[in-house]
Ligand binder design. Structure first.
Ligand SMILES: [Zn+2]
Length: 537
């Protein structure tokens, strides 16, 4: 009897201790299994290899992206996930791929040039060899007429030439090394900062109005007019300066998505661009040679999000989602942006399936497309399935959180959830057992402004998006959107840690009695107006 009393007393003390430390009841047994599975049997690098080496790059609308999605579904089915499917949405532009690019300087010296093709531009239709010409644009032209007058004066000069557009950027040697890890103090400061108050609408409107009135032409307007001019005047190739150090090249796209509206265009590494510019400045004749083969794919007008699920049980109508974007830019193989995010989230689902959990809520993986063109895939999905707070569909009510990862290879250090303070507290407690892996908690935001990555599409709709933030490891400095974004840049230990901590949090939200607290009714921050949007990553 006495022994029993002592045992009971001991149990009570343990329970009380737990109640003081945390309100959330964490299933330590499952958390331990998640750790063991994610550490010993990780498939992250295998997934990454296929998504990058086999299917990269994965530009929105390209056959590669669709094939990568089909493979991901097959793979997730093999792991035991259900309901794998490609969900179509209307991209509205043909797909585009670059199949060949050779670039050489042939006079006054012979050498190979390093360049990447700008997406949604045409090929050269065979090898072209011609003289190089440097051209500059008026600084901040205020009207189309100013720009037209300038371009007209160059009309005869550009015909039959390969045109370098703009003075090379001076990229000086930097003596500060980019940060690899965030120290704990910086992460905690971010987690403990009060949520940024959304900028009052009137102030924001006023700012936009002021900008509009005295604004010169936008870069997009300038580029469209310049491209039109180069095509009409018979320029053979357009060259842009990459403007970055150590041969890094970021090649994005012709904003019209129409190959008829641009000349063949490459982005050349700053070092080669500068060399040619300096030779031309000496008044030497420079001859260049290009061979560019690009292809457009009309079927790419329809793009796809990849969806797969672990079915729920007694709360199957409620959904916890997790994902990242599968589409990439085309200069590298899109490893850190964002094959690794997809590989981590697929791993989360694999871990949970492998350890045999039976979640109460449905756990749904989503790998988005069209992110790089403005979070298009996630927006289409939300519109189709959930609607907005102001105009909800039936499934809006049962939505219990969307985890997003999209900041490279760095380990997860914290999360930001769109929701009331209680949502942040619950997530922090769900993550607390993983502090040793580097994740230090969660904070909240009230912002419904779209930008950054796909979790903000959920926030914009008034749904609880959860953005994972990570250690910076080379991401902004080297790999983000560049030709250096490849398999080699992923740190295995970091991504394994991310998958384990996210798996714990996903599982916890799928199991707790009440769904993650959300903004409702009067508490809901004001939504954006039509046409209002942020920048995308
Ligand atoms: Zn990204």
């Amino acid at each position: 009897m006495r022994r029993i009393i002592i045992l009971l007393w001991g149990a009570l003390v343990i329970l009380l201790g737990a109640a003081v430390a945390a309100q959330e009841r964490i299933d330590q047994d499952v958390y331990w299994k998640i750790r063991r599975e994610g550490t010993a049997n990780s498939k992250i690098l295998e997934t990454l290899h296929v998504l990058t080496d086999v299917y990269g790059p994965r530009l929105t609308g390209s056959p590669n992206l669709k094939a990568a999605g089909e493979w991901a579904i097959e793979q997730m089915h093999a792991w035991g996930l259900k309901e794998g499917r490609l969900e179509p949405w209307d991209f509205g532009h043909p797909g585009w791929t670059n199949e060949r690019l050779t670039a050489h300087i042939v006079s006054p010296v012979s050498d190979v040039l390093v360049a990447e093709v700008l997406a949604w531009t045409p090929g050269t239709n065979g090898v072209v060899r011609a003289k190089a010409l440097q051209m500059t644009l008026p600084e901040r032209p205020m009207t189309r007429d100013v720009l037209t007058a300038h371009l007209e004066s160059l009309k005869d000069a550009v015909r039959g030439k390969i045109v370098l557009v703009g003075v090379p950027r001076q990229v000086l040697v930097t003596f500060s090394t980019p940060a690899l890890r965030s120290d704990d103090a910086a992460v905690l400061a971010r987690l403990n900062a009060p949520p940024a108050a959304p900028q009052p609408r009137r102030q924001r409107e006023q700012q936009q109005e002021e900008q509009r009135e005295s604004r010169p032409l936008t870069n997009r307007q300038i580029q469209e007019q310049l491209n039109q001019f180069l095509v009409a005047s018979g320029a053979l190739v357009r060259i842009n300066d990459a403007g970055r150090d150590h041969g890094q090249i970021r090649a994005f796209s012709n904003a019209t998505y129409d190959v008829e509206k641009a000349p063949p265009t490459v982005v050349m590494r700053n070092e080669d661009y500068g060399r040619i510019w300096r030779l031309l400045a000496d008044r030497r004749d420079v001859e260049l040679e290009f061979d560019i083969v690009n292809r457009t794919h009309s079927e790419g007008r329809t793009s796809y999000n990849v969806i797969a699920e672990i079915p729920g049980s007694d709360k199957a109508d409620e959904v916890v989602m997790l994902g990242g974007h599968l589409d990439s830019w085309h200069a590298g193989t899109g490893a850190t942006d964002n094959a690794i995010g997809c590989a981590v989230m697929m791993e989360v689902a694999r871990i949970l399936t492998a350890i045999g959990v039976e979640p109460r809520r449905t756990i749904r993986v989503a790998l988005w497309s069209g992110e790089e063109q403005g979070l298009l895939g996630s927006q289409a999905y939300i519109k189709e399935h959930f609607g907005m707070a102001e105009e909800p569909k039936p499934a809006f009510a049962g939505f219990a959180g969307y985890f997003n990862i999209d900041m490279g290879t760095g380990r997860a250090r914290g999360m930001t959830v769109f929701g009331p303070p209680a949502a942040g507290t619950i997530l922090s407690e769900a993550l607390a057992p993983f502090k040793d892996l580097g994740i230090l908690g969660a904070t909240t935001t009230r912002s419904r402004r779209r930008g950054g990555s796909d979790w903000t599409s959920f926030n914009e709709a008034g749904l609880p998006g959860i953005g994972v933030f990570q250690d910076p490891i080379q991401y902004r400095a080297y790999t983000w959107h560049t030709n250096l974004d490849t398999y080699e840049r992923v740190v295995e230990d970091d991504v394994k840690r991310s998958a384990i901590s996210i798996a714990g949090a996903v599982y916890h939200l799928a199991m707790r009695e009440e769904p993650l607290p959300r903004f409702t009714g009067d508490d809901m921050p004001q939504g954006p107006r039509p046409g209002e949007q942020g920048a995308d990553d």
